[in-house]
Design a protein around this ligand. Structure first.
Ligand code: HEM
Ligand SMILES: Cc1cc2nc3c(=O)[nH]c(=O)nc-3n(C[C@H](O)[C@H](O)[C@H](O)COP(=O)(O)O)c2cc1C
Length: 597
């Protein structure tokens, strides 16, 4: 990390494309190559606020978390209805006998049962973004147990069903034997895992969030509450996971320079992000597949962001559809959308017009993932648990980790010229996510982006690349004009402050002019503490993003988990500011930190 020492100064569309037309999404950096009860919620929130305002270990609230255990995997049996239903929404529906479904196993057709409905997916198997094998291996089965945690709950609505999937009718069970035959076989390890998770859920329901006093506590708890497949997807990073580790250790190379005997009774960590109010200078980074951790998935974040006043950025690969998320949104709640651009531009256009139509507030264009990183934990666990063991590792392109599946969808041809095209499609602010060099930050500014997120995708893409915070330091050294004038000054002791020690912050040099147009700089990756957030802001970031932290929080406590996480960050940010002698975010300046080799 040389910059630290050298300067002190698809083709398939997920959330964005639920309709059958925009169903297929694509795939590259822009280089040419409900919570269970309000009462419980209130108890937790009040408990959490009190707890975080005073020593956190005093927080002993006991409450049920809002995890709903009646969803998968317990649905395996209950998904198969015993009764015949003759009508749905007032319309007569065809009934398909269990015998007919089972007989199809020996035919050329692929039929599956999902939540009591029978589908013919013969023409769809080869275009299924989750791969052919998962369906082939489970043909003529009730696949709800596999399907539900990985797909939005409105995926099977007529408007969202790909034309190649045929809905045949409702399942009619003819015998207990046939019901048994329809069930997906659960392996011994999956069975053991179910029991392990349920036991842990029970423990956490008893304890509430009382033992979660920092974000790493959420991490340990989430590991216990996730399936192996889910945990591998969340925790995994590229290759040797060096960048993932450095994302956090780089913050440890920055030391504070606190000023003492300043009145810090009142402190305000609120800010505006792209013009929208935020309680703290931190947002929920877009992260796919929240349902792998909790059945309500991204909706937990939407509700938790609303009640705590922070901003959620929705992943293109969210496991809840964009419509589900926007329906859960409160009036005027800002939501940002993370976009992967489809190589079929008409489909990409559909997504962008949906974003415009649904009133989302900004687009984060992710550019560090023209292809998926090689995430080995993900690949190994997926091979062990779900992919057929014989074919999973035939050749690299055939590995079936969750991430591999998702990235088979993103356009690798995306390049800087496409930014112009994107700007023509929307009036929303466009932020380039995944910038890892000063050159690309300058390019983003020159080509009209409204900002950049200095990010390496949580270490999940190119291993041993720079960290968000080190790229910020690179910008400070080589292109300080991109920063707000107050942040262009060096880190460490200031001559002006030594001469005027009563002042908290150095003056802005009169020679420094703001940029011609507003350009925001955000940082993410490895932010686990309020101190990390404050360091990034001292060095010139406008705000930061947190990915895994919120995935873990919602895994553990659903909406309340997200709320609790925000309270933890808020408490830590405010106490860091106080201990630094700062009472508002504008006080946070480079002179308050120093970088150690
Ligand atoms: C019936 C229509 C179906 C549609 C429209 C559909 C759609 C999708 C989509 C869009 C993805 C992309 C990955 C993501 O972003 O989540 C996906 C992944 C996946 N689907 Fe489906 N799917 C269907 C049926 C099924 C069935 C029948 C099964 C199981 C037998 C299944 C199992 C999976 C799995 C396992 C993944 C990959 C995620 C992972 O690797 O964990 N899907 N599906
Ligand atoms: C499980 C997981 C899924 C992610 N999915 C996406 C995604 O769909 N789109 C995207 O732009 N970034 C995605 N990211 C990256 C995050 O937006 C963010 O850059 C990263 O998580 C920040 O690092 P942190 O996890 O250490 O906070 C994902 C990260 C994780 C951990």
């Amino acid at each position: 990390m040389p910059s630290f020492s050298s300067f002190s100064g698809a083709t398939f569309l997920r959330a964005g494309g639920r309709s059958s037309r925009s169903f297929f999404i694509p795939k590259r950096t822009l280089s040419t190559h409900a919570s269970s009860s309000n009462q419980v919620n209130q108890r937790l929130v009040i408990g959490a606020s009190v707890a975080l305002a005073v020593p956190t270990y005093l927080y002993l609230t006991r409450a049920r978390l809002d995890y709903q255990p009646d969803t998968v995997p317990d649905k395996v049996e209950s998904d198969v209805p015993d009764r015949v239903h003759g009508a749905k929404n007032g319309r007569e529906v065809d009934k398909i006998s269990s015998r007919e479904v089972l007989e199809k196993k020996d035919s050329d057709e692929f039929w599956v049962v999902i939540n009591g409905e029978v589908y013919n997916v013969t023409e769809f198997v080869d275009e299924h973004p989750g791969g052919r094998e998962i369906i082939e291996n489970n043909r003529s089965k009730d696949v709800s147990y596999i399907f539900n945690p990985r797909h939005p709950s409105d995926q099977l609505e007529p408007d969202n069903l790909p034309p190649s999937v045929k809905h045949l009718g409702q399942l009619e069970i003819e015998s207990a034997y046939e019901k048994e035959q329809l069930q997906v076989k659960i392996t011994k390890s999956e069975e053991d895992e179910k029991i392990r998770i349920q036991n842990k859920r029970d423990e956490y329901e008893e304890k509430g969030l009382s033992n979660i006093i920092n974000m790493r506590d959420f991490q340990s708890a989430a590991e216990e509450l996730c399936t192996k497949v889910g945990w591998a997807y969340y925790a995994s990073a590229a290759d040797d996971e060096i960048t993932k580790e450095e994302n956090n250790t780089d913050y440890k190379k920055i030391r504070f320079r606190p000023r003492v005997l300043r009145s810090v009774k009142e402190v305000d960590a609120s800010t505006k992000i792209l013009g929208y109010d935020s309680t703290i200078p931190l947002w929920i980074s877009p992260a796919a597949m929240a349902k792998l951790g909790h059945p309500d998935g991204e909706i937990n974040m939407t509700k938790g962001a609303a009640s705590t006043g922070i901003i959620q950025c929705i992943s293109s690969f969210a496991s809840c559809s964009i419509e589900e998320i926007t329906s859960a949104r409160t009036a005027n709640q800002p939501l940002f959308f993370q976009l992967y651009v489809n190589s079929k531009r008409n489909l990409a256009k559909d997504v962008i017009s949906k974003i415009n139509r649904l009133g989302l507030n900004a687009i984060l264009l992710t550019v560090d993932a023209p292809v998926g990183g090689k995430r080995e934990r993900d690949i190994r666990v997926k091979g062990e648990f779900e992919a057929p063991k014989t074919k999973a590792f035939d050749k690299q392109g055939d590995t079936k980790g969750v991430s591999e599946t998702l990235f088979s969808a993103v356009d690798p041809d995306l390049n800087w010229n496409d930014l112009k095209w994107l700007k023509e499609q929307t009036d929303l602010p466009i932020i380039i996510k995944g910038v890892q060099t000063v050159e690309d930050a300058v390019q983003a500014y020159k080509l009209g982006a409204d900002g950049v997120i200095l990010s390496n995708h949580g270490g999940r893409q190119l291993d041993t690349t720079s960290t968000g915070i080190s790229t910020l330091i690179e910008i400070r050294k080589h292109a300080p004009f991109l920063l707000r004038p107050a942040h262009r000054i060096p880190t460490g002791p200031s001559k002006e402050l030594i001469e005027n020690p009563d002042k908290l912050v150095p003056s802005i040099p009169t020679t420094e002019k703001p940029l011609e147009r507003k350009f925001s700089i955000f940082v993410d990756g490895g932010i686990w503490r309020g101190t990390d957030v404050v360091k990034a802001l001292c060095l010139g970031a406008d705000a930061v993003g947190v990915g895994r932290g919120f995935l873990f929080a919602q895994t553990v406590g659903g909406v309340q988990g997200v709320e609790h996480a925000v309270k933890i960050f808020q408490s830590e940010i405010e106490s860091t500011m106080r201990l630094l002698g700062a009472t508002k975010l504008d006080d946070l300046r480079p002179s308050m930190v120093d970088i150690v080799n």
